[in-house]
Design a protein around this ligand. Structure first.
Ligand code: IMP
Length: 447
């Protein structure tokens, strides 16, 4: 099974890191292909917790290559922070490889993301404010700075100047607004705010800092597509690890409330540099319920107490921003859409333990439009989705604590029925179930 893609099947935070870590057992390389440090994975191993934003989950396996592919946008400061953290924890990073073609998130991208969200006010997307959208925009505009540019000071300076030039107006306005706010807050005295450039945008300092980043990252910079081919061509497995999820996909998600990359399986080819025929298997990861962080439509969102219980019991607070996630029932209309978009072969259902003792479990099986039409498939039209109401199937649920289950036979009947219903509805076997945060709190199903 040389090429295996692992993707999120909902709105992100499904626990992909843990499943990747498990499936990576026999892999030669674990490859991230899109997104940036908007993602966050927590892996618990032997009681020790590791949090990653950029580094692929496989870094804890010392015998595997850990690849940040060309499709990822990399904030070098964040990457170096993670490298330092891992070194401090005694984890070797000698297997880490960074694509020379990956684009960088520069300081101005972060400022522009923050400014864009502030400007949108109540219509904001709720981005992670990490500069993801502006970095991908520059890539498409061919104004991006790539990892390889860090290794040539002259090119770097020229490219930073070219990238900054069309942003001057927006960045100047930003600087004035910030100074106005500081003045109003009494933090800054003196004359009216003028057009003083933000020190973070000083080209000289930025070049110097990034050349230094380049020196530190140089041992990891590589032609990562070739590394992926080397493994595949010798019949060893590459795991392509997605970040975010299908419903946050730039093309197929709930636009504009999406991320700026394509987190679906097809994008693994572009973001890692392999062909569709290299992909042998696609795993979708879904939580036993649904969550969403940030704004945007969420048909099965729960506003009552049961939602609160799920958030508390599932510790539904973001790894990246700490924001409380919105929670709701499992949405099988959306999941079936994600299954088809990714052409999934297998599903992993995580956090099933969180639903124990909740009582009756509801799963959305269709939507109804404002006008009363029955919608069996995920609506492509934004206005319809925004006002669609879900119709549910009620399942009995279960009360037993699942934390100690290791075999299918250990799972209570209610849990098995729940999984069976999901699997049958979306037409894909559930092969792996998460029953707790630890690596061994998983149950393989005979699907
Ligand atoms: P951005 O990716 O920071 O531009 O944010 C765009 C949208 O995607 C926002 O709603 C974010 O909350 C959401 N998002 C981005 N990354 C993740 C993730 O890893 N998990 C869940 N939501 C995410």
């Amino acid at each position: 099974m040389p090429g295996v893609v692992i993707v999120g099947a909902q709105w992100g935070d499904e626990g992909k890191g843990k499943i990747t870590d498990l499936l990576a057992k026999d892999a030669a390389a674990i490859v991230r292909f899109q997104g940036g440090n908007n993602a966050g994975h927590t892996i618990v191993r032997d009681g020790e917790e590791f949090k990653f934003h950029l580094i692929p989950s496989g870094i804890l396996h010392s015998d595997k290559l850990c690849v940040i592919g060309n499709g990822v946008v990399v904030d070098p400061r964040v990457l170096l922070g993670e490298i330092d953290g891992l070194k401090r924890a005694g984890v070797s990073i000698s297997n880490l490889r960074l694509s020379a073609n990956a684009h960088l998130i520069m300081p101005y991208h972060v400022l522009l993301d923050q400014a864009g969200e502030t400007k949108l006010g109540k219509n904001s997307i709720g981005t992670t404010r990490r500069g993801i959208g502006p970095a991908y925009a520059d890539k498409a505009l061919r104004l991006g700075i790539r990892v390889q540019d860090l290794l040539d000071e002259k090119i770097l300076r020229t490219k930073i100047r070219a990238a900054l030039e069309p942003k001057q107006q927006a960045l100047r306005e930003l600087s004035v607004q910030r100074r106005k706010r500081r003045k109003e807050a009494g933090e800054e005295k003196g004359a009216e705010p003028e057009l003083v450039p933000d020190p973070r945008l000083d080209v000289h300092a930025m070049v110097e800092e990034h050349v230094n980043f380049g020196h530190r990252l140089e041992p990891h910079i590589a032609d990562t597509a070739k590394l992926c081919w080397d493994a595949l061509d010798s019949d060893r497995t590459d795991i392509f690890e997605g970040a975010q999820a299908a419903l946050l996909d730039l093309d197929h998600g709930t636009y504009p409330f999406v991320t700026s990359s394509n987190p679906i399986a097809g994008a693994a080819c572009v973001g890692a540099g392999v062909g569709p025929a290299d992909i042998d298997e696609v795993w979708g990861i879904a939580k036993a319920y649904a969550t969403r962080v940030g704004a945007g439509p969420f048909p099965t969102e729960l506003h009552e107490e049961v939602g609160e219980r799920i958030v508390e019991r599932g510790h539904e607070f973001g790894t990246t921003t700490g924001r409380r996630r919105r929670a709701g029932w499992m949405d099988l209309v959306a999941l079936r859409y994600a299954v088809r978009l990714n052409r999934m072969d297998s599903l992993a259902i995580t956090k099933l333990d969180v639903l124990s003792g909740i009582g009756t479990l509801r799963v959305a099986v269709r939507y109804r439009s404002k006008e009363g039409a029955v919608l069996d498939s995920f609506p492509y039209h934004q206005s319809i989705l925004h006002s669609a109401t879900p119709e549910y199937e009620d399942l009995p649920g279960f009360d037993a604590d699942l934390g100690g289950c290791r075999d299918e036979a250990d799972l209570p009947q209610g849990a098995r029925d729940y999984l069976g219903f999901v699997s049958e509805f979306v037409g894909v076997p559930v092969r792996l179930v998460g029953v707790g945060p630890d690596r061994d709190q998983t149950v393989w199903l005979d699907a």
